[in-house]
Design a protein. Structure first.
Lengths: 207, 207
């Protein structure tokens, strides 16, 4: 079982490597990759060693090879169909974001409980009524869902997604949702991110 | 130096405790608090022990006391003035979010490079031109900033914020920004959050 922190760092290596590739860089050492992210070179080597042998002695890592390998590990070498639940303030902003598709995540359907929103589209993504959730998730082979509904509705929405056969949920509602252990979840609470910042600011002063 | 993972869990304890208080619950045991978040009760006790003694033998924790204590530790018992840099898709959605103010973070000014956006407001928050960044950050005692500009502009915006005297930055642009060690930062990359989800979905199947 690979620790979550290692998998998280893998995404950051991937982001840096993809930028390096765009800038035409062919190889990079663990020390250089570490320095870009303020990790030690030992940390970089230890993290990658969980997944195999990637470096060439004297050369370092080949950027294109390492990008391919990490995308395979993170499973972003395949395309994922994603549903957006809640087409409000946040849902609308996320639907307009091109960064998801670049990494293989295609938001292809949105759902909302508000009758006035149903039947409209945001960009190319149609907003469907909630009573079509189960059937469209199955028909369109949607495996992941983003929850962007108010907190009181999040658990009930999650339960319906599980019944519909969703495999993973990215939850933005600031509540803990409980899921069977067959379904993966990642939670993002943006107020908590600011709390982490205020803690760091106050503790930096005394460090 | 308290590990980051402990500080992160502290925010989740706070979120649960605030909900329990709203529901009228007066005390809670470490086992009950742990179960709500799927942590062990030993983890809860160990985390809180970094910051002091909070429980009463036989009773557990007093919810109101623990909320007050954690807010003091996270420094959300004080009010923070926050600037939003970039009033586009994401910036606009975040400006409409009430969850920040509930935790003591008041976004009081927005800035944007686009001449058509300057002089307008989102809700009660005015959008200022970038040439007023330094002066307004100082005049309005803004200590934190949220970066919601395109990736290529993020580092240059961060540099200006540092000169203006900002103490902490929450960065949504999917790039690593480099800051002097006098300024704290938290980065949120939403595509990376989806990558963590796809890894978890694929690895759950083999677990
Ligand atoms: N706006 C932000 O920047 C922001 C930031 C962080 C977290 N969040 C969280 O994201 C969630 C959405 O926030 P928002 O600002 O977009 O809210 P919003 O009120 O603008 O949008 C919520 C949408 O969900 C729909 N909805 C409500 N109940 C539903 C249900 N049972 N099934 C399907 N759709 C339903 C509503 O019709 C609405 O369109 C909230 O939980 C909020 O706490 C928002
Ligand atoms: N939209 C999303 O849901 C989303 C999700 C994740 C991450 N992001 C990231 O957040 C950032 C903003 O995304 P967006 O979708 O809001 O983009 P956007 O293009 O809609 O908005 C960007 C805003 O920044 C302003 N801007 C550009 N350069 C600037 C500069 N140098 N100084 C000040 N203002 C400047 C633009 O005028 C515009 O209003 C990007 O880095 C993006 O990758 C967005």
């Amino acid at each position: 079982q690979v620790p979550k922190a290692v998998v998280n760092r893998l995404s950051f290596y991937l982001r840096e490597l993809q930028r390096l590739l765009r800038d035409g860089k062919e190889t990079i050492s663990s020390r250089q990759l570490g320095r870009l992210l303020e990790f030690t070179d030992a940390q970089v080597r230890k993290d990658l060693a969980y997944f195999g042998h990637f470096g060439y002695p004297g050369i370092g890592y080949r950027c294109d090879e390492l990008v391919t390998a990490i995308r395979k590990i993170l499973a972003t070498d395949q395309s994922w169909n994603v549903a957006m639940i809640g087409a409000g303030n946040l849902g609308r902003a996320l639907l307009g974001y091109g960064g998801f598709e670049q990494q293989g995540f295609r938001v292809i359907a949105a759902f909302d409980a508000h009758p006035k929103k149903v039947g409209t589209s945001i960009g190319t993504v149609p907003i469907h009524p909630m009573d079509q959730l189960e059937s469209l998730i199955q028909q369109q082979e949607i495996k992941l869902a983003i929850i962007a509904v108010p907190a009181p509705a999040a658990q009930e929405v999650a339960d319906r997604l599980v019944v519909a056969g969703i495999e993973g949920i990215l939850n933005f509602a600031p509540v803990t949702i409980s899921l069977p252990n067959t379904v993966s979840q990642v939670g993002v609470d943006l107020a908590i991110e600011l709390e982490q910042l205020s803690f760091s600011v106050c503790n930096r002063k005394f460090a």
